[in-house]
Write a new protein. Structure first.
Length: 434
C-alpha cells in the first residue's frame, strides 16, 4: 500500500508539473496571437511527439520528456545585415548565429512578413515573453492563497503545550532544573498545559508572534493573563522574569546562536494548523519571494556541497537545490505520510506553488535562452531607439538578439550541467521530508 501511495504521489506531482508548463506556454501563446504573431507550434515537453492536433494555424501537442515546453513563433530574430536569412559562414560562432536566424524563419509563408516576432514593437515583445513567467507567478499566488486561507499552515499558537517549572537561560544546553533556578512565572501563576492565552496585560490576541513580543517587552512587570481553560476564561497574575532568550530578526524568526535579555514567562507554545487572513497571507508570500530570490542568488555557492552530496560522502542539506526528480520524490513521500488527507493535499499544493514561484524567478533572469534574456534584448532595443530619436540620429533598427546566441549556448550548457548534477544528487542522496 505504501508503494502504491508513493507512486500515486509522483503521478499527482507530474500532472501538476505538466499543467504548470502548459499554463506557462499558454501565456506566451495567447499574447503572441493577440499581437498577430504566427505561432506554428505549442508543445508541452521535449523529444518525440506523443500526441498532437492542428487547430487553425497552430499544432498543439505533448512530447515524451516532461521537463519543459515551448511555443515556436516565426521571426524571433531579424535578418542579417545583408537582408538574407540563410547566409553561411565557416566560423562556428557565426554558424550558431546563422542557424538560430534561419530557424526563426522556418515555415515562412506568403503574407507572414507582417506577422514576424521581431517586427513587433519592443513593448509588445516584452509582454509576449513576460506573459509565460507571469502565468507561473499568478498560479503560485493562487495556490499559496489556497493553502494559507483554505487549509492553513503549521505554526505556533497561543495554546500552552507545557509549562517550565523553572527559569533556565535558553543559551544553556540543559532541560532539568537545578536547586538555584527560580520558579518560572508561568508555573508560579498556575498556568497549565492546554490553557489558551486569550489576553496578555489587557491586550487580546490569538497570534503567537504578537503574544511573544508582548511577553518579551514586559520584563520585570506584574501582568494579568487571561486564559481559556475548558471553555471558561480564567485570569492569572504573573511576574514576568528577565531571561536570556533567542534573538528575533526583523521577520520575527529566531536567529540561531544569538541571545538577548528579554521578558520570560516560561511555557512552550503548542503548534497547530492555523488559517491565515488575506493580509497575513500577503506578508507570508512576500517573505517567501524574498527567500526564493536569496536562494537563487546563492545557487553558485551551493554547487560544491551539492557535488560532495552527489559524488562524495557529504550530507544533503535541506536547503540544497532540488530538481524535478527530487520534487517528484517529495510528492511520493507526502502521499505516504501518516497525516490527515487535507494536510497531504495542502503539502502537494504548497510544493506545486513553490515550483511555479521558482519557475517565474528563474525565467526572469536576463540571460538567453531564458525569457528574461529576450525581455532584456527588447528593452535594450527600445532604449537605443528612443535615444537615437532624442539625439536626432538614424534609427538603429531592431536589436539583433541572434548575435547573443553563442552566449546563450554557453549559458544553456551551464544549466544542463547543473541540472544533471542536481539529478544525480536527487537519485543517490535525495532530500527527504520523513
Amino acid at each position: 500500500m505504501t508503494t502504491l501511495m508513493f507512486i500515486l504521489g509522483i503521478v499527482v506531482f507530474a500532472v501538476g508539473l505538466l499543467f504548470s508548463i502548459a499554463w506557462h506556454e499558454l501565456g506566451h501563446l495567447s499574447t503572441a496571437k493577440m499581437f498577430g504573431i504566427r505561432v506554428p507550434q505549442y508543445m508541452v515537453g521535449f523529444g518525440p511527439t506523443l500526441w498532437s492536433r492542428h487547430r487553425g494555424e497552430t499544432e498543439y501537442g505533448v512530447k515524451a520528456i516532461p521537463f519543459g515546453g515551448y511555443i515556436r513563433m516565426i521571426g524571433m530574430f531579424p535578418p542579417g545585415a545583408d537582408g538574407r536569412l540563410e547566409a553561411r559562414s565557416t566560423s562556428p560562432w557565426r554558424g550558431m548565429i546563422e542557424d538560430a536566424r534561419s530557424a526563426a524563419f522556418e515555415e515562412l509563408r506568403p503574407g507572414d512578413e507582417k506577422r514576424l516576432f521581431y517586427t513587433r514593437k519592443p513593448w509588445k515583445r516584452v509582454i509576449v515573453m513576460f506573459a509565460g513567467p507571469f502565468m507561473n507567478l499568478i498560479l503560485a499566488v493562487v495556490l499559496f492563497l489556497t493553502v494559507l486561507m483554505g487549509f492553513g499552515i503549521q505554526q505556533q499558537t497561543t495554546t500552552v503545550s507545557s509549562v517550565s517549572p523553572c527559569v533556565i537561560s535558553q543559551s544553556e544546553n540543559r532541560d532539568a532544573c537545578e536547586g538555584s533556578d527560580p520558579r518560572s512565572p508561568a508555573a508560579a501563576a498556575g498556568m497549565e498545559a492546554g490553557d489558551r492565552i486569550v489576553a496578555f496585560d489587557g491586550v487580546r490576541t490569538d497570534d503567537w508572534g504578537t503574544l511573544s513580543d508582548l511577553i518579551r517587552d514586559s520584563a520585570g512587570k506584574a501582568v494579568p493573563i487571561v486564559v481559556d481553560r475548558d471553555g471558561r476564561e480564567v485570569t492569572l497574575q504573573a511576574e514576568i522574569a528577565t531571561n536570556l532568550v533567542a534573538k528575533k530578526d526583523s521577520n520575527g524568526l529566531y536567529v540561531e546562536g544569538e541571545y538577548v535579555k528579554a521578558g520570560f514567562l516560561g511555557f512552550s507554545a503548542a503548534t497547530g494548523v492555523v488559517k491565515q487572513d488575506f493580509g497575513d497571507s500577503v506578508v507570508w508570500m512576500t517573505d517567501r519571494v524574498g527567500d526564493a530570490v536569496d536562494s537563487l542568488a546563492a545557487l553558485p555557492s551551493k554547487v560544491p556541497a551539492l557535488w560532495d552530496a552527489a559524488f562524495g560522502d557529504g550530507p544533503r542539506e535541506q536547503d540544497s537545490p532540488m530538481g524535478v526528480v527530487g520534487a517528484a520524490r517529495v510528492g511520493g513521500e507526502i502521499a505516504t505520510l501518516d497525516i490527515p488527507a487535507s494536510q497531504q493535499m495542502a503539502m502537494f499544493v504548497m510544493l506545486l506553488a513553490g515550483f511555479n514561484l521558482s519557475l517565474f524567478l528563474f525565467n526572469m533572469l536576463p540571460l538567453l535562452p531564458l525569457d528574461g534574456g529576450h525581455i532584456a534584448g527588447a528593452l535594450w532595443e527600445s532604449l537605443r531607439r528612443n535615444l537615437a530619436r532624442v539625439l536626432r540620429r538614424p534609427d538603429p533598427g531592431p536589436f539583433d538578439v541572434a548575435k547573443l546566441m553563442p552566449v546563450a549556448y554557453v549559458v544553456a550548457g551551464i544549466f544542463v550541467c547543473f541540472t544533471l548534477l542536481v539529478l544525480v544528487a536527487d537519485v543517490v542522496n535525495p532530500i527527504r521530508i520523513s
